[in-house]
Ligand binder design. Structure first.
Ligand code: SAM
Length: 390
């Protein structure tokens, strides 16, 4: 299904957070598969928590594995038209026997893709995934989409994070995690140390509240993922609760390639537009159900998206402050470092950085060295340097 068809399918009513997740996965893989397919002979897609989960489509069209397959196949067709081949390989894992039975039936009906599937927990399947991934020279993409915070401890997933080349997308169940992260129960405490791969998050969260606490937890996790996988770029997209002004989860993406981060941010940006729309619709539906009065206005007219705007302001301010701080301290920083720093924040885009630089140039606070012409925007990969004039 196209993005528009997914959004309008009605398959995600009441679980719009899954639509946003699937839109990000779909948009990312659409470009990823074409880019990787242009130089690699094979792609290995690993879905560690496949589902199906709360699906509504009989044909399982609203599942991550079906969406991923469709996008991978598009790239394969493009390569075929050029007389080239792209081998597609998938490993689908699911612990629940009932869900696995559906997954198996779906996978067994596919003949054009090399698919392995297993009814087991991730903790018991790392060797199998690694063997499958290494059997053929390919580019692996690992998707980790759990329902809670257990089953994918840092120790468990470390071999997957270290696959090189390779990328990962992890669903960090922020809302759920923050509710329990400071539990006094010893086993729960241990499960969080496993998740983060160390106990350092405890100090980081001390005395923090609200969004500061949330950001600190997510940043700590991202830092550990980056370290474990030696990733150069880690970014996170916020997925909000459809009806309440709070975070449902973060999709954390890690790569060693700057093109990857660019493509992920584009996928995030598109999905955020849709998220605003579906959240406004969800609120309108809730209000209509309560008042039994249909509304004659477009949802976005009645249902303010101010929380989203507040969040964007928050992360823009944070990203800008961090660059100004680095510029003041070092006097000069490579544009590429500023770019990576801004793109690591949710809801912050390359265009935001370029707008700030334009303003700073106009007020003569910053000079950009290495541009081909003074009026040109700086670009990644051109060795542009931002020099602070104060
Ligand atoms: C959030 S759902 C996955 C949804 C799916 N990725 C999608 O987007 O359509 C998580 C799935 O992981 C399964 N699961 C839970 N713990 C697991 C584990 N330790 N290993 C593998 N699968 C697990 C659950 O049964 C459930 O089907």
């Amino acid at each position: 299904m196209s993005k528009e068809d997914l959004s309008q399918s009605g398959l995600y009513l009441g679980r719009e957070q899954s639509l946003v997740k699937h839109l990000i996965l779909q948009s990312y893989l659409e470009r990823f598969a074409h880019i990787i397919g242009s130089w690699s002979d094979a792609i290995t897609y690993v879905d560690c928590f496949s589902g199906p989960w709360k699906e509504r489509s009989q044909e399982l069209k609203d599942t991550s594995f079906s969406i991923a397959l469709e996008e991978l196949r598009k790239a394969q067709k493009t390569r075929q038209k050029l007389g080239k081949s792209l081998k597609l390989r998938c490993f689908f894992l699911e612990k629940d026997p009932k869900a696995y039975a559906k997954l198996k039936e779906f996978a067994d009906g596919i003949t054009d893709v090399d698919i392995a599937h297993k009814n087991a927990a991730l903790e018991d399947s790392i060797d199998d995934i690694m063997k499958f991934t290494r059997k053929v020279k390919s580019f692996p993409f690992i998707f980790i989409d759990p329902t809670g915070w257990t089953g994918f401890g840092m120790d468990v997933i470390s071999p997957l994070l270290r696959l090189e080349p390779g990328e990962v997308l992890i669903n960090f169940m922020t809302g759920h995690i923050l509710r329990f992260i400071e539990s006094s129960d010893l086993r729960t405490q241990e499960s969080f140390v496993n998740l983060f791969g160390s106990a350092s998050f405890k100090n980081r969260l001390k005395e923090l509240e609200g969004l500061d606490r949330e950001d600190a937890a997510v940043e700590e996790y991202c830092k550990n993922v980056a370290k474990m996988g030696r990733f150069s770029f880690v970014s996170k997209a916020i997925v909000l609760h459809p009806e309440h002004d709070r975070t449902h989860f973060h999709l954390i993406y890690a790569t060693r390639n700057s093109t990857g981060i660019k493509v992920f941010k584009e996928a995030e940006k598109k999905a955020m537009t849709e998220m605003r729309h579906v959240r406004a619709e969800a609120r309108q539906r809730k209000s209509e159900a309560k008042t039994l009065q249909p509304s004659f206005f477009e949802p976005e007219v009645l249902y303010s998206t101010s929380y989203f705007d507040e969040l964007r302001d928050r992360y823009l301010a944070k990203a800008k402050l961090s660059i100004v701080h680095k510029l003041k301290q070092a006097g000069r920083i490579p544009y590429d470092d500023a770019w990576a720093s801004v793109l690591s924040e949710p809801l912050a885009w390359e265009s935001d950085l370029n707008d700030w630089i334009k303003d700073w140039e106009e007020t003569e606070q910053v000079v950009v060295q290495g541009k081909r012409s003074p009026r040109q925007k700086p670009h990644r990969g051109e060795n542009n340097i931002l020099v602070w004039r104060g």
